[in-house]
Ligand binder design. Structure first.
Ligand code: UD1
Length: 431
């Protein structure tokens, strides 16, 4: 198992290219199941989760082709891939595959909409909380599906004549449930309205792609989506939007270490709230022509109080990274996690570096310390692991992060991107 070794205390200076967003890439790839034609996705990040989804889609019969690198193209620029689900050969998504990646549960929507049946394993437990799928199932039922749960699988069947439009009001904002209903509604008969839809930019990206494939969708970017389903959808070419969580992660890293970095290709409008919080901590944030510039040269890290919220609020996926930054603030900060009940596993690991964090229910109180000291730590989930990288970059001495496969799920070339900006970071392969 690989480890990451960090020698802390170095500033970050330079340019970091931002990759395509994992959380858009996955549902976009799943959208390929909706059509017999080819869906071409540009700027697809090289991530373990993407590779896993390729395997899962392959199991359903999706043909996958990757373009070679064009002359002059940077080695880390996103790939162009072609996904063709000419024939769906299997409507079952087995436990062995779905349990490895929660988002693969979302294949249920296109399988059901196109084939009339789907058997998809329940995703099961997850390190950051229970993460139920009741809202996904509510939405599919309202589109006419019969749903049964048997032996850990969801068995879904469309009514005679296929799924039909419906007026769905979600009692709670869910990214996954919104994706699921959006995908299914694109092939359902008539109009579907989703109220209290998630507004994350990745939902908008998937909706834009579905429009290119022939669906009619109004209200993109708002909490009310209106979808006119089609009998069939066509192929399309779509570019995956930049990863706002990767952007925020590097922005917080620069604020943590000091330095001056341009996040190339980043879109400030996708993470306005997080950038505002970053500015409150004393870092300077500027929108520039090609992305976002973040710098902090001396000056204290100011404490802040933040609550995670669905978009456009402060993203739960940046909570751990913000906490790492605040461990060295000149004062006491408070972070309340309102989305996932158990998303504080990084706290114990940050404490190993000397952080002073007190947990009470959904609230963490972070008392800034003068120094962090390097130590061996353990990655527990994707975003928590990267918070340990940020802490390691700030700490004196050597930090070793074990179980880095969590990082590979969602960060493309993390060590390369950071070391090119001066960080003392390397991967140690032990396998
Ligand atoms: C997605 C993101 C993840 C992010 C999360 C919240 C992807 C691949 N993953 O996850 O990175 O942290 O959004 O921004 O895009 N819930 C229910 N019932 C349901 C579904 C969800 O109660 O049927 C609850 C969840 O337990 C959680 C909250 O709703 O408390 C939000 O979850 P949701 O937005 O669905 O997250 P995911 O789509 O799983």
């Amino acid at each position: 198992m690989d480890r990451i070794r960090i020698v802390g205390g170095k500033q970050l200076n330079g340019i970091i290219p931002i990759s395509g967003a994992k959380n858009a890439a996955l549902p976009l790839m799943i959208a390929s199941l909706l059509t017999k034609d080819t869906l071409t996705l540009e700027n697809l990040p090289r991530l373990a989760d993407v590779a896993m989804l390729v395997r899962i889609l392959g199991n359903h019969g999706v043909d996958y082709m990757v373009d070679g690198r064009r002359p002059g193209e940077a080695p880390n620029s996103g790939r162009t891939v072609h996904l063709t689900a000419k024939e769906i050969v299997d409507t079952t998504a087995p436990y062995e595959l779905v349990s490895k990646m929660r988002a693969s549960f979302w294949v249920i929507a296109p399988l059901l909409a196109r084939m009339g049946v789907a058997k998809v394993s329940l995703p099961g437990g997850c390190a950051i909380g229970t993460r139920p799928v009741d809202l996904h199932l509510q939405g599919l039922k309202e589109l006419g599906a019969e749903i049964e749960i048997e032996g850990g699988y969801v068995l879904a069947k469309a009514p005679k004549g296929g799924l039909h439009g419906a007026h769905i009001v979600f009692p709670k904002v869910s990214v996954g449930a919104t994706h699921n209903v959006l995908l299914a509604a694109a092939l359902a008969k008539g109009e579907t309205v989703i109220e209290n839809a998630a507004r994350e930019p990745e939902i908008g990206d998937v909706a834009d792609c579905l429009v290119k494939m022939g669906a009619k969708i109004d209200g993109i970017g708002t909490s009310v989506l209106r979808i006119q389903g089609r009998d069939r959808l066509e192929g399309a070419v779509h570019t995956v939007l930049p990863d706002r969580i990767e952007t925020g992660t590097f922005a917080f890293a620069v604020a943590a270490t000091g330095g001056d970095v341009t996040l190339d290709g980043a879109k400030a409008v996708h993470l306005k709230n997080a950038l505002d919080v970053l500015a409150q901590t004393g870092a300077k944030v500027e929108e520039v022509a090609n992305g976002i510039r973040v710098y902090r040269n001396g000056g204290a890290i100011e404490p802040v109080s933040v609550e995670t919220q669905p978009f456009p609020g402060f993203p739960t996926d940046l909570q751990a990274q913000l906490m790492a930054l605040l461990t060295r603030a000149a004062g006491t900060s408070v972070i309340r996690e309102t989305i996932f009940e158990n998303r504080f596993m990084h706290v114990q690991e940050l404490a190993r570096l000397g952080a002073d964090i007190h947990l009470h229910g959904d609230t963490a109180t972070i008392k800034g310390v003068k120094v962090l000291k390097g130590a061996p730590v353990m990655a527990t989930d994707l975003r928590a692991s990267v918070s340990l990288v940020i802490a390691g970059l700030m700490a004196e001495g050597v930090t070793t992060i074990n179980r880095v496969y969590h990082l590979d799920r969602g960060f493309e070339q993390l060590e390369q991107k950071l070391s090119r900006c001066g960080a003392g970071i390397e991967r140690i392969s032990t396998g």
